[in-house]
Design a protein around this ligand. Structure first.
Ligand code: C5P
Length: 225
Protein backbone atom coordinates (compact mmCIF):
# COMPACT_ATOMS: atom_id res chain seq x y z
CA UNK A 1 0.00 0.00 0.00
CA UNK A 2 1.43 3.36 -0.98
CA UNK A 3 1.01 6.27 1.40
CA UNK A 4 -0.51 9.34 -0.18
CA UNK A 5 -1.35 12.93 0.67
CA UNK A 6 -5.01 13.88 0.80
CA UNK A 7 -5.55 17.64 0.54
CA UNK A 8 -8.95 18.92 1.68
CA UNK A 9 -9.64 22.59 0.96
CA UNK A 10 -12.75 24.71 1.04
CA UNK A 11 -14.47 27.66 2.68
CA UNK A 12 -15.03 28.13 6.41
CA UNK A 13 -17.16 25.57 8.23
CA UNK A 14 -17.70 23.38 5.17
CA UNK A 15 -17.00 20.22 7.16
CA UNK A 16 -13.32 19.91 6.26
CA UNK A 17 -11.93 19.15 9.69
CA UNK A 18 -14.58 16.63 10.71
CA UNK A 19 -14.25 14.82 7.39
CA UNK A 20 -10.46 14.98 7.36
CA UNK A 21 -10.17 13.68 10.93
CA UNK A 22 -12.43 10.68 10.27
CA UNK A 23 -10.86 9.80 6.93
CA UNK A 24 -7.43 9.91 8.57
CA UNK A 25 -8.63 7.68 11.39
CA UNK A 26 -10.02 5.09 8.97
CA UNK A 27 -6.88 5.02 6.84
CA UNK A 28 -4.47 5.09 9.79
CA UNK A 29 -3.15 8.44 8.53
CA UNK A 30 -2.15 11.59 10.43
CA UNK A 31 -4.64 14.45 10.38
CA UNK A 32 -3.23 17.98 10.16
CA UNK A 33 -5.49 20.99 10.68
CA UNK A 34 -3.64 23.88 9.05
CA UNK A 35 -6.35 26.37 10.08
CA UNK A 36 -5.31 25.64 13.68
CA UNK A 37 -1.78 26.74 12.77
CA UNK A 38 -2.93 30.11 11.39
CA UNK A 39 -5.17 30.48 14.43
CA UNK A 40 -2.19 29.78 16.70
CA UNK A 41 -0.12 32.54 15.12
CA UNK A 42 -3.11 34.87 15.49
CA UNK A 43 -3.52 33.95 19.17
CA UNK A 44 0.18 34.54 19.77
CA UNK A 45 -0.08 37.99 18.14
CA UNK A 46 -3.08 38.90 20.30
CA UNK A 47 -1.54 37.62 23.51
CA UNK A 48 1.68 39.55 22.91
CA UNK A 49 -0.45 42.68 22.45
CA UNK A 50 0.99 43.03 18.94
CA UNK A 51 -2.12 43.08 16.74
CA UNK A 52 -2.27 46.87 16.26
CA UNK A 53 1.46 47.08 15.64
CA UNK A 54 1.27 44.33 13.03
CA UNK A 55 -1.71 46.01 11.37
CA UNK A 56 0.22 49.23 10.90
CA UNK A 57 3.64 47.60 10.22
CA UNK A 58 3.04 44.07 8.90
CA UNK A 59 6.78 43.26 8.82
CA UNK A 60 6.87 43.25 12.64
CA UNK A 61 5.18 39.84 12.54
CA UNK A 62 8.58 38.22 11.91
CA UNK A 63 9.56 38.75 15.56
CA UNK A 64 6.74 36.36 16.54
CA UNK A 65 7.73 33.74 14.00
CA UNK A 66 11.33 33.30 15.04
CA UNK A 67 10.70 31.11 18.10
CA UNK A 68 7.37 29.71 16.88
CA UNK A 69 6.61 26.03 17.47
CA UNK A 70 3.30 24.36 16.70
CA UNK A 71 2.73 20.66 17.22
CA UNK A 72 -0.27 18.34 17.24
CA UNK A 73 -0.54 15.69 19.87
CA UNK A 74 -3.62 13.48 20.48
CA UNK A 75 -6.02 16.02 18.96
CA UNK A 76 -4.45 18.82 21.02
CA UNK A 77 -2.77 21.87 19.49
CA UNK A 78 0.44 22.88 21.26
CA UNK A 79 1.71 26.42 20.64
CA UNK A 80 5.17 27.16 22.04
CA UNK A 81 4.76 24.32 24.52
CA UNK A 82 1.28 25.27 25.72
CA UNK A 83 -2.08 23.62 24.98
CA UNK A 84 -4.13 26.19 23.02
CA UNK A 85 -6.80 23.82 21.64
CA UNK A 86 -9.73 25.82 22.98
CA UNK A 87 -8.12 29.28 23.04
CA UNK A 88 -7.66 29.27 19.23
CA UNK A 89 -11.42 28.84 18.76
CA UNK A 90 -12.28 32.08 20.57
CA UNK A 91 -14.13 34.75 18.60
CA UNK A 92 -11.30 37.26 18.81
CA UNK A 93 -9.06 34.78 17.01
CA UNK A 94 -11.66 34.10 14.30
CA UNK A 95 -12.00 37.85 13.77
CA UNK A 96 -8.29 38.47 13.12
CA UNK A 97 -7.14 35.21 11.55
CA UNK A 98 -7.83 36.23 7.93
CA UNK A 99 -5.63 39.29 8.36
CA UNK A 100 -2.76 37.33 9.94
CA UNK A 101 -2.97 34.63 7.27
CA UNK A 102 -2.70 37.20 4.48
CA UNK A 103 0.90 38.00 5.55
CA UNK A 104 3.73 36.58 3.45
CA UNK A 105 6.14 35.71 6.29
CA UNK A 106 3.36 33.83 8.12
CA UNK A 107 2.42 31.81 5.04
CA UNK A 108 6.07 31.06 4.22
CA UNK A 109 6.82 29.82 7.71
CA UNK A 110 3.68 27.70 8.07
CA UNK A 111 4.03 26.25 4.57
CA UNK A 112 7.52 25.02 5.47
CA UNK A 113 6.20 23.44 8.66
CA UNK A 114 3.29 21.82 6.78
CA UNK A 115 5.53 20.43 4.05
CA UNK A 116 7.80 18.97 6.72
CA UNK A 117 4.79 17.39 8.50
CA UNK A 118 3.74 15.72 5.24
CA UNK A 119 7.22 14.69 4.16
CA UNK A 120 6.71 10.97 4.76
CA UNK A 121 3.16 11.22 3.35
CA UNK A 122 0.25 9.32 4.89
CA UNK A 123 -1.46 12.55 5.89
CA UNK A 124 -4.84 14.17 5.49
CA UNK A 125 -4.33 17.92 5.59
CA UNK A 126 -7.14 20.46 5.54
CA UNK A 127 -7.02 24.19 4.84
CA UNK A 128 -7.43 26.70 2.04
CA UNK A 129 -4.32 26.26 -0.12
CA UNK A 130 -3.19 22.68 0.50
CA UNK A 131 -3.98 21.38 -2.99
CA UNK A 132 -2.98 24.60 -4.75
CA UNK A 133 0.20 25.66 -2.91
CA UNK A 134 1.39 23.42 -0.06
CA UNK A 135 1.07 20.02 -1.78
CA UNK A 136 0.19 20.59 -5.43
CA UNK A 137 1.40 17.00 -5.94
CA UNK A 138 -1.16 15.57 -3.47
CA UNK A 139 -2.52 12.36 -4.99
CA UNK A 140 -6.06 13.24 -3.91
CA UNK A 141 -7.42 16.77 -3.78
CA UNK A 142 -10.87 17.50 -2.44
CA UNK A 143 -12.71 20.83 -2.45
CA UNK A 144 -15.60 20.85 0.01
CA UNK A 145 -18.33 23.44 -0.33
CA UNK A 146 -21.72 23.98 1.31
CA UNK A 147 -24.43 26.58 1.37
CA UNK A 148 -23.47 29.47 3.74
CA UNK A 149 -26.68 29.23 5.77
CA UNK A 150 -26.15 25.49 6.24
CA UNK A 151 -22.57 26.10 7.35
CA UNK A 152 -23.74 28.72 9.88
CA UNK A 153 -26.30 26.28 11.27
CA UNK A 154 -23.66 23.59 11.67
CA UNK A 155 -21.27 25.97 13.37
CA UNK A 156 -24.07 27.05 15.72
CA UNK A 157 -24.91 23.45 16.61
CA UNK A 158 -21.22 22.73 17.18
CA UNK A 159 -20.80 25.71 19.54
CA UNK A 160 -24.03 24.92 21.39
CA UNK A 161 -22.98 21.30 21.81
CA UNK A 162 -19.73 22.50 23.35
CA UNK A 163 -21.78 24.38 25.94
CA UNK A 164 -21.08 27.87 24.56
CA UNK A 165 -23.40 30.65 25.69
CA UNK A 166 -23.58 34.45 25.78
CA UNK A 167 -21.05 36.20 23.54
CA UNK A 168 -19.45 32.86 22.66
CA UNK A 169 -22.72 31.76 21.05
CA UNK A 170 -23.71 34.30 18.37
CA UNK A 171 -27.01 33.76 16.51
CA UNK A 172 -27.09 31.93 13.18
CA UNK A 173 -27.37 35.14 11.13
CA UNK A 174 -24.21 36.65 12.68
CA UNK A 175 -22.35 33.38 12.26
CA UNK A 176 -23.36 33.34 8.61
CA UNK A 177 -22.14 36.89 8.16
CA UNK A 178 -18.80 36.09 9.82
CA UNK A 179 -18.38 33.01 7.61
CA UNK A 180 -19.18 34.90 4.41
CA UNK A 181 -16.79 37.73 5.32
CA UNK A 182 -13.97 35.34 6.17
CA UNK A 183 -14.45 33.50 2.87
CA UNK A 184 -14.39 36.78 0.98
CA UNK A 185 -11.13 37.78 2.67
CA UNK A 186 -9.57 34.33 2.15
CA UNK A 187 -10.60 34.11 -1.51
CA UNK A 188 -9.67 37.72 -2.27
CA UNK A 189 -6.14 37.84 -0.88
CA UNK A 190 -3.11 37.93 -3.15
CA UNK A 191 -1.12 35.13 -1.53
CA UNK A 192 -2.45 31.57 -1.72
CA UNK A 193 -6.11 32.55 -1.98
CA UNK A 194 -8.88 30.06 -1.29
CA UNK A 195 -9.41 28.45 -4.68
CA UNK A 196 -10.29 25.07 -6.13
CA UNK A 197 -7.36 23.33 -7.85
CA UNK A 198 -8.45 22.25 -11.36
CA UNK A 199 -7.83 18.60 -10.41
CA UNK A 200 -9.72 18.79 -7.12
CA UNK A 201 -12.92 16.79 -6.71
CA UNK A 202 -15.62 19.21 -5.58
CA UNK A 203 -18.14 17.87 -3.09
CA UNK A 204 -21.15 19.92 -2.00
CA UNK A 205 -21.92 18.79 1.54
CA UNK A 206 -25.09 20.91 2.00
CA UNK A 207 -27.33 17.86 1.87
CA UNK A 208 -24.83 15.22 3.03
CA UNK A 209 -24.38 13.72 6.46
CA UNK A 210 -20.88 13.57 7.93
CA UNK A 211 -20.95 9.82 7.44
CA UNK A 212 -21.78 10.23 3.74
CA UNK A 213 -19.02 12.74 3.07
CA UNK A 214 -16.47 10.61 4.93
CA UNK A 215 -17.41 7.56 2.83
CA UNK A 216 -17.10 9.57 -0.40
CA UNK A 217 -13.63 10.86 0.41
CA UNK A 218 -12.43 7.54 1.81
CA UNK A 219 -13.62 5.67 -1.28
CA UNK A 220 -11.85 8.14 -3.56
CA UNK A 221 -8.69 7.51 -1.54
CA UNK A 222 -9.07 3.73 -1.57
CA UNK A 223 -9.47 3.82 -5.35
CA UNK A 224 -5.94 5.17 -5.75
CA UNK A 225 -4.17 3.36 -2.90
O1 C5P B 1 -9.91 26.19 8.92
P1 C5P B 1 -10.19 27.39 9.79
O2 C5P B 1 -11.53 28.01 9.51
O3 C5P B 1 -9.93 27.13 11.24
O4 C5P B 1 -9.07 28.45 9.33
C1 C5P B 1 -8.97 29.71 9.93
C2 C5P B 1 -8.37 30.70 8.95
O5 C5P B 1 -7.00 30.38 8.71
C3 C5P B 1 -9.02 30.79 7.58
O6 C5P B 1 -10.15 31.63 7.56
C4 C5P B 1 -7.87 31.37 6.74
O7 C5P B 1 -7.79 32.77 6.90
C5 C5P B 1 -6.63 30.76 7.40
N1 C5P B 1 -6.11 29.60 6.66
C6 C5P B 1 -5.31 29.83 5.56
N2 C5P B 1 -4.73 28.78 4.90
C7 C5P B 1 -4.95 27.52 5.31
C8 C5P B 1 -5.78 27.25 6.43
C9 C5P B 1 -6.37 28.33 7.07
O8 C5P B 1 -5.10 30.97 5.18
N3 C5P B 1 -4.35 26.51 4.66
Amino acid sequence: NKRIIIAIDGPAASGKSTTARKVAEQLGYTYIDTGAMFRSVTLKTLERGMIDTVRSSPETIVSLLQDLTITFSDERVILDGRDVTSAIRENRVSRDVSFISSLGPVRDRLREMQQEMGRSRGVVMDGRDIGTVVFPDAELKIFLIADARERAKRRYAELAAKGASGSELPDIASLEQEIVERDRADAGRTLAPLKKHPDAVEIDTSALSIEEQVVMVRDLALAIL
